[in-house]
Ligand binder design. Sequence first.
Ligand SMILES: Cc1cc2nc3c(=O)[nH]c(=O)nc-3n(C[C@H](O)[C@H](O)[C@H](O)COP(=O)(O)OP(=O)(O)OC[C@H]3O[C@@H](n4cnc5c(N)ncnc54)[C@H](O)[C@@H]3O)c2cc1C
Ligand code: FES
Length: 244
Amino acid sequence: MLRAQKLTIKENTQLNENTFKLVLQGDVPQDLKPGQFAEVKVPGFSLGRPLSLNDFDQESVTFVYRIAGKGTKELTTLKEGELDVINGCGNGFTLKENEHVLVVGGGIGTAPLLPLIRALKENNCKVDVIFGFRERKETLFEEELKALGVGFWITYDSEGNNVVTKMLELGKEDLYFYACGPLPMMAALTNASKASGQCSLETRMGCGFGACMGCSLQLKERTARICKEGPVFAKEEIIWQNLK
Ligand SMILES: Cc1cc2nc3c(=O)[nH]c(=O)nc-3n(C[C@H](O)[C@H](O)[C@H](O)COP(=O)(O)OP(=O)(O)OC[C@H]3O[C@@H](n4cnc5c(N)ncnc54)[C@H](O)[C@@H]3O)c2cc1C
Ligand code: FES
């Protein structure tokens, strides 16, 4: 359920050159799901910035964000005080149980996949993970993956490897998959995989909670707002050309 709230900045620290971790504290909704996002209002900017839940519990919610423009740049300067947040946006991932699944992420698109992996493990799934980054210095979440005890592989574009070639090399194209990352990566993954899966899509957003229709997307059999009925869609529904 959507919840407008004020949360207190507990941490806003740099992870690598362009990437930061923001932890907000307060009365966090109890029904948050992996794959959902929040609209985080940066003071001085009229629209919220959509950021995926990277972690959450009863008292705090964590985002990992990359500097993309003026709003996220300004966000890096905020070290204390409160932020207005609309929490619980979007549909989130549908969780499998007792299955062997593949989780594939690219760049900052890996951020929403950490809570997903935890939830899949709690559902007794065997989880294999392939994360891809442009270069080694951009690596995220390697320690967290080690701690989760999942099988994982990390690829680097700069070393001539990527998540799709890795999936094929490992022979994991028959596994049900979850994906989040750049659109060309997810389109290529969808084509290469022989299995079904879910993709978390990203687009420029206005309101972020279903009111402005600015993120409408024509799917194969319906029209959906990426912020409300998405951002997670079954691979079979997506017409990739409509996202370019
Ligand atoms: C569902 C969803 C989840 C996301 N999760 C994350 C995350 O966990 N970490 C992260 O680093 N980034 C995430 N993004 C992208 C992030 O929202 C944008 O990078 C950010 O809004 C850019 O704001 P800006 O002011 O820095 O850039 P500007 O380009 O100056 O933004 C101008 C306007 O365009 C909107 N906008 C620009 N780029 C995007 C974009 N890619 N998606 C949506 N709106 C955009 C902004 O919200 C703002 O209203 C997510 C996007 C979506 C749609
Ligand atoms: S961004 Fe307004 S309806 Fe989706």
